[in-house]
Design a protein around this ligand. Structure first.
Ligand code: C2E
Ligand code: CA
Ligand code: CA
Length: 685
């Protein structure tokens, strides 16, 4: 535009120059024409006139006219020439004027352009100053803040970091300030993640770039970095530049992972916990549901683990659990999930089973791992486990049903003598139903006076005379007849109903005893079982004391029985309560001795009067010499501790003879009497 205008001005100027040089030329032309015409006239007109006219007067007159003519003619010619030139001059003046005007407007335009340029220059300068200012500001912000800022020029690949290198322990020149230099520090496993995150943002799928990855520090360790950023694009959405920050989140990550471990892993055994197992089970349920596949859920519960914990301490218990986890880990294959669901219970999930045989084999394998003893702190321990199995989908189609049914099957295995596995089946389902019915029935049993007390005589070994009796509760069920405690005592214990049942038994026994005495004044020891729930009562001694007063009972004729497990659960409490009871003159017997893990030390600390050897020992007498030796030792040991010994479950003559030889104080068992109703017992007396 500017160039066009300049060219125009140049043209106008050169045209004017041309016209000025023309004017000189015309002046010269007119003068020469005039000179030539004048000279020709002078030379030719006189001669021509002389030739034409001889008369001198005429000649003179004509010569005057000729002079006039000449003046007239030259005046005309001059006029013509001058007129034309003047016209031309006028024209060119006019042209000059317009050119001038054009020139002036071009000049004005030029001035305007210059002003515009000046203005543009000013704004540019302004902008540059502002840019410098913001650049300075950003530099100060970056330097002043603790943030690790990075800035990547995508075209050149140059990458600037404010602090990242320093943070990783590198000096500035150790790592090149390029994208490639930075990428070399990224953990190989994280490169893909980083690339994906960049792509997502650059393609506009996410408004910000966000990624977590590991960068190698100078010591060779990887640090977790959280990076955020944003890309600047050109008009065609090509990223030109990306900038953002790096934040070291190694510590947070570590804590997060620890929290994850805490939430999903069992610290003791390093196995997954219940939550992780549930997670896994959920996935298996949905995938097996889609593909119509079967899988098995096994619950492995250690038998009598509580006793180990109670008698050997938690450290030994923990070590045992670790070893159990290890062994279970050895028998489970990859694809099968093993978890510790809590306490001494483990879950195994066996996916994709084709036949029940596979599951049974696994259960047998698990039971086998318990055959070898566990050695802990140079001692050896035996423990067994009971396994309950539920199979998807036949035994349950959801998590809770499957677990509940596997649990029921596991309890069946325990009830069936432990160290066994049981598959959930419909009989179990029926038993569960009857269990629930019994629970309901038990609530009314006391009100309806459906309980009875049976008595099993206890004999003095030396004289074979009845020295006392153990009171054993029975439930006279309206439909099922007289039920042994085996059918309801666990339910009552679990629901807490055992406390009122126990109270009823105790009162009934004291009432009966009072009646017996009124008929027969011989001393008779009566022994009452105390349930775990009853034993937890802090006022147990006071309650018994009140009752003995109420029924005018001689305390030395009353005995309570607690099991080893109950006594060991809270030794301190046991000692306090038992001491109080013994102070009243009431006897204390330790029931089912030998099934637990009581050591001699505990027996020494517990305030006891009687040791009742469990029937499982007595049952083996005469068949197993080792067992006989144990029973003999128990009796000797008890006597050393000044405890009297009662043998339970005596069924054979041979057993009676052996126990007599060993010096057992009292005998109880079917060999002599079964538990009998109160009226029958009264007759026996
Ligand atoms: P326990 O205290 O060990 O009672 C002895 C059990 O052994 C009784 O079973 C008795 O009938 C049985 N028994 C006695 N002699 C023999 C024998 O020669 N061979 C065999 N195989 N068994 C024999 P019962 O009456 O079924 O009682 C089972 C358990 O129920 C008792 O075991 C006791 O722990 C509990 N129990 C019974 N009555 C009460 C009670 O009133 N309160 C509480 N809390 N528990 C009770
Ligand atoms: Ca008992
Ligand atoms: Ca017993």
């Amino acid at each position: 535009m500017d160039e066009i205008k300049q060219e125009k001005a140049r043209q106008v100027l050169s045209r004017n120059e041309l016209q000025v040089s023309n004017l000189d030329h015309i002046t010269r032309k007119i003068t020469i024409i005039y000179l030539v015409l004048g000279l020709l006239w002078i030379l030719l007109s006189d001669q021509a006139l002389a030739a034409l006219v001889q008369d001198p007067d005429t000649y003179h007159t004509l010569q005057t006219y000729k002079g006039w003519f000449y003046v007239l003619m030259t005046a005309l010619v001059l006029y013509g020439l001058l007129h034309e030139q003047m016209k031309k001059l006028k024209n060119s003046r006019q042209k000059l004027l317009t050119s001038y005007e054009e020139l002036e407007s071009a000049y004005e335009e030029l001035i305007a352009m210059e002003e515009e340029l000046e203005h543009q220059y000013d704004t540019l300068k302004n902008k540059q100053e502002k840019l410098l200012e913001t650049e300075e500001k950003y530099r100060l912000i970056v330097e002043g803040s603790n943030e690790n800022i990075w800035d990547l020029n995508i075209k050149t690949g140059r990458m600037m970091f404010s602090r990242t290198k320093e943070m990783l322990g590198y000096s500035d020149d150790e790592i090149s300030s390029t994208y490639e230099g930075w990428k070399a520090l990224v953990h190989p496993e994280d490169i893909l993640t980083v690339q994906k995150a960049e792509e997502q943002h650059i393609k506009g799928r996410v408004p910000y770039y966000y990624c977590e990855f590991r960068l190698k520090d100078k010591s060779g360790e990887y640090r977790w970095i959280q990076s955020r950023g944003k890309a600047a694009c050109d008009g065609e959405s090509n990223a030109l530049r990306m900038a953002g920050s790096h934040l070291d989140v190694t510590e947070q990550k570590r804590m997060m992972m620890e929290m994850y471990d805490m939430a999903f892993y069992d610290k003791l055994t390093q196995l997954g916990n219940r939550s992780l197992f549930y997670d896994h089970l959920k996935k298996i349920l949905s995938s097996h549901h889609r593909r119509k596949r079967r899988f098995a859920l096994l619950i492995v519960d250690l038998d009598d683990f509580k006793r180990i914990n109670d008698t050997r301490g938690h450290i030994v218990g923990d070590k045992m659990l670790q070893q159990v986890a290890q062994r279970l880990g050895d028998v489970t294959e990859s694809g099968e999930m093993l978890a510790r669901s809590g306490g001494d219970e483990f879950f195994i999930l066996k996916p994709r089973i084709k036949s029940l045989e596979e599951v049974k084999n696994l259960a047998v394998e698990v039971l086998k791992t318990f055959e070898t003893p566990f050695s802990i702190d140079e001692s050896e321990f035996f423990i067994s486990a009971s396994i309950g199995i539920a199979v998807y989908p036949e035994d349950g189609e959801d998590r809770d049903t499957l677990i509940q049914h596997a649990d029921v099957a596991m309890n069946e295995a325990k009830a069936g003598g432990k160290n066994k596995y049981r598959l959930f089946d419909h009989n179990i389902r029926e038993r569960v139903a009857s269990w629930m019915e019994k629970e309901r029935g038990l609530r009314y049993a006391i009100l309806r006076e459906e309980f009875l007390v049976y008595y099993q005589p206890v004999l003095e070994t030396a004289t074979s005379k009845i020295s006392g009796a153990e009171a054993l509760v029975r439930w006279n069920h309206p439909e099922e007849g007289v039920l042994s405690p085996f059918h309801f005592i666990d339910i009552a214990e679990e629901t807490g109903q055992i406390v009122s049942i126990g109270q009823w038994v105790m009162e009934s026994v004291l009432k009966h005893h009072k009646e017996w005495r009124s008929q027969n004044d011989l001393p008779l020891m009566v022994s009452v079982n105390i349930s775990p729930a009853q034993f937890k009562r802090h006022d147990l001694a006071e309650w018994i004391e009140d009752l003995t007063r109420k029924y005018d009972m001689k305390p030395e004729e009353l005995q309570i029985e607690i099991t080893e497990t109950v006594a060991m659960e809270n030794l301190e409490h046991s000692i306090t309560v038992l001491e109080k009871i013994r102070k009243l003159g009431i006897k204390v017997a330790l029931d089912d001795f030998g099934t637990g893990f009581s050591s001699l030390n505990y027996l020494r600390t517990l305030p006891l009067d009687v040791l009742k050897i469990d029937k499982s020992f007595i049952g083996h007498l005469g068949k197993d010499r080792k067992e006989a030796a144990i029973v003999r030792q128990i009796i000797n040991m008890a006597h050393e501790l000044e405890l009297s010994v009662t043998a339970e479950g005596v069924e054979e003559k041979e057993q009676v003879e052996m126990l007599q030889r060993f010096g057992c104080d009292n005998l109880q068992g079917y060999y002599f009497y079964r538990p009998v109703p109160e009226t029958s017992f009264r007759e026996l007396l």
